[in-house]
Design a protein around this ligand. Sequence first.
Ligand code: IMP
Length: 178
Amino acid sequence: MLKDDIANILVDEQQILTRCREIARIIDENYQGKQPIMVALLKGSVVFLAELLKNIELAIEVDFLDVSSYEGTESTGEINIRKDLDRSIRNKEIIIVEDIVDTGRTLNAVKKYLYDKGAASVEVATLLDKKSRRVIEIEAEYVGFDIPDYFVVGFGLDFNQKYRNLPYIGVLKEELYK
Ligand code: IMP
């Protein structure tokens, strides 16, 4: 069973659901009278996206972007687009939906990409934030949970494409990836 690979649960399902409702309420307030587009980064953010969507009352739109860092050494902050947005975002207000901000390189590059495409504004909602790992100074406007530097899985986050379907955020047993 997947759960046998988890050393401990860092954030349980109830905590996540409660926090998603809180973030949805704040987004509803901040974007009153507006129609932002939520741009979810595949694939890790989809469970978080779904939980936000269920709770947001605004007339929002959703689009998906799939990016990868350039292969080789640790990401340079340059990205390849594996799946681009379906529609123009010119003059639109964007909320990026991300699973976790680690070094900040992915987010920084994606933000730049969206502004280059003509976005009027770009904010970020992330389920998790590993602030201690930041290499690039970048902050998310909406953060589910600040977490220490553990490798975590579940609620959309994977290790080798597995564990995304765990309903909580768990720390993966070290022997599985070391
Ligand atoms: P950044 O560009 O270094 O901020 O990388 C962010 C990406 O790294 C996330 O979207 C995840 O795909 C991946 N990542 C970072 N830490 C973890 C983790 O603890 N578990 C699973 N994926 C992670």
